[in-house]
Design a protein around this ligand. Structure first.
Ligand code: G4P
Length: 529
């Protein structure tokens, strides 16, 4: 039960929430766009207040720099602000591809995403992977094509590329008028007006028109007026009209064009976003679907962040509220352990600072002080045994054996390895002979693990090379075939943390061969199947 001091019914609070992430290949302009959105929301006053949390390429071997940047990323992990009566939560995602798993998990805690694409570079590999994860969950996606102040790809070609490479059905809601030096602005198809380009203007220079045949268009755009008319006619001929329901079911992505650094096209994006973006969505659990407006509180941990200070090894666990109201000081059931937990100082994140909060609503993220209780995916409830689904681990692609380098510190090493895996830094597999294998998606993760084991646990690890192609989980209804597969592939079999069978394929060829040899076996490339 909520105490008396609440002012608004739960439904009103839910209707006010928009929780989303901005995703992009590094350098497409995610940080810049985030900052401009925060400026509009009045959450920050000056540009430059949001530090990029991307691990700069030059810093890959500078561990203190990585740690410093990890610290920054805690502060900017969630940026909440009020805009037009709405409570908007932006969840930040690490840009560096070696931390892609972190980003995948964050995507399980949002209700929609904005994808930023660089007009010159088009769809890049990291964008493809991230959008794939969104599509697995039918997350509604808005596309923002950035850097129109520079010469880039033809807008129609880009839309084709987005459809082909990202597998999205698109519908432009704004259309660029020229680009680079000739960039004049955009025609806003959503609001039917022209927005003229003025670098770094705070307010958009908007011209209301009846339609594109309005002579004002010729006066303002000269020769480009006819080009715009032809292109818009083509758009309306080729693309179906925008349908909000299709967007909300993840089947149609509206596209906007602009230049984040010049604050151009950002307000139009934001206005459309608050109009169409979903309120907190229902969430699936192994037992049932949880509706956000259920009275009782439920939530799950999607991210755990270690403290930078080696003297205080405490962590922050990030809790997404899925239903009901989360109250400070209440007892909640930690489903995995069966224990009741109470949080005396949960924190909420507003722009670049965090504050202790008394209550939080569906769609909100709160930071919980954690001394090692939580692992990623844990559920908190008021008593119901629920297990949230949808936080998969992906097949790692880089593998190393991990061995103890200091016999006096074996306990510390394995405790450290265990805790880092709980945080989701990488995945641990144990082979049939008992050797421990760590699987990652990038080299940087090994470096972070080694550094953190040394500095936080006083332990030394030794890496031994292991040349593998991919790890995949195997299941089968046919027990005899399952056992036969394990016998034939004994040296390539391992167990994951939950004691499930994992096949470590040493080449793509071998994997394909085994798939042919054992049609009764299912090979899974994410941990949730
Ligand atoms: P990211 O978070 O996606 O990695 O990208 P970020 O916002 O850091 O932007 C990457 C680079 O692109 C930055 O330049 C940024 O200034 C620039 N940028 C962002 N939006 C636009 C735009 O609309 N037009 C143009 N021309 N550039 C844009 P940088 O030189 O790497 O960094 P900085 O020194 O400017 O911070």
């Amino acid at each position: 039960m909520r105490p008396n001091f609440y002012q608004m019914p739960l439904q009103t609070e839910i209707a006010r929430r928009r929780t989303f992430a901005i995703i992009a290949h590094p350098d497409a302009g995610k940080t810049t766009l985030t900052e401009k959105l925060l400026l509009f929301g009045g959450a920050i006053q000056v540009a430059g207040a949001v530090k990029s949390n991307k691990i700069k390429k030059t810093a890959t071997s500078d561990f203190m720099e990585i740690e410093k940047q990890r610290g920054i990323s805690v502060a900017t992990s969630v940026m909440g602000f009020d805009y037009n009566g709405l409570k908007i939560n932006i969840l930040d995602t690490p840009g560096h591809q070696d931390f892609a798993e972190d980003t995948y998990r964050t995507l399980t805690a949002v209700d929609s995403v904005i994808v930023v694409i660089d007009v010159a570079k088009g769809v890049e590999p990291q964008t493809e992977k991230l959008v794939q994860v969104c599509r697995m969950r039918d997350t509604p996606i808005i596309v923002f094509i950035n850097k129109l102040d520079r010469v880039g790809k033809d807008a129609f070609d880009l839309l084709d590329e987005v459809e082909e490479k990202l597998g999205l059905n698109v519908r432009p809601l704004s259309w660029p008028i020229g680009m680079g030096k000739d960039f004049k602005g955009v025609y806003n198809l959503y609001e039917n007006n022209l927005v003229l380009y003025e670098p770094n203007s705070k307010e958009s220079n908007k011209v209301e028109i009846t339609d594109l045949s309005d002579p004002t268009v010729d006066k303002l755009l000269y020769k480009q007026a006819q080009v715009l008319r032809d292109e818009v006619e083509l758009i309306n001929g080729v693309y179906e009209p925008f349908d909000k329901e299709e967007y909300l079911s993840g089947q149609l992505s509206p596209v906007f064009f602009g230049s984040a650094i010049n604050n151009f096209g950002v307000k139009e994006l934001l206005n459309c976003f608050i109009d169409i973006a979903p309120t907190p969505r229902p969430t699936k659990t192994a037992e049932r679907v949880v509706q956000p407006d259920e009275d009782v509180f439920t939530g799950f941990i999607f991210k755990i962040h270690a403290n930078m200070d080696p003297k205080h090894r405490d962590r922050i666990a990030f809790l997404r509220i899925n239903s009901g109201v989360f109250l400070r000081g209440n007892n909640y059931l930690h489903v995995r352990s069966g224990k009741k937990l109470k949080f005396s100082s949960p924190t909420a994140f507003m722009a670049d600072k965090k504050d202790v909060v008394d209550e939080a609503f569906p769609g909100d993220i709160v930071g919980l002080h954690d001394t090692g209780t939580f692992v990623i995916g844990d559920t908190l409830t008021e008593g119901e045994m629920l297990h949230f689904r949808g936080i998969p681990s992906f097949s790692p692609e880089m593998f190393k054996y991990v061995e103890n380098g200091d016999p006096m510190k074996a306990k510390q090493l394995w405790k450290g390895v265990d805790q880092l895996m709980d945080e989701g830094v990488a995945q641990l597999f144990t082979t049939a002979t008992g050797r421990k294998v760590i699987g990652t998606v990038g080299q940087l993760q090994f470096e972070v693990i080694e550094y953190r084991l040394k500095h936080e646990y006083g332990a030394t690890c030794i890496w031994e090379p292991l040349s593998m192609y991919k790890a995949c989980w195997i299941t089968s209804d046919n027990k005899a075939k399952h056992d036969e597969f394990k016998k034939v592939n004994g040296q390539f079999m391992a167990k994951d943390k939950h004691n499930r069978d994992v096949y470590l394929a040493n080449s793509e060829f071998r994997l394909n061969m085994e798939r042919q040899n054992f049609p009764e076996i299912s090979f899974h490339f994410t941990s949730e199947f």
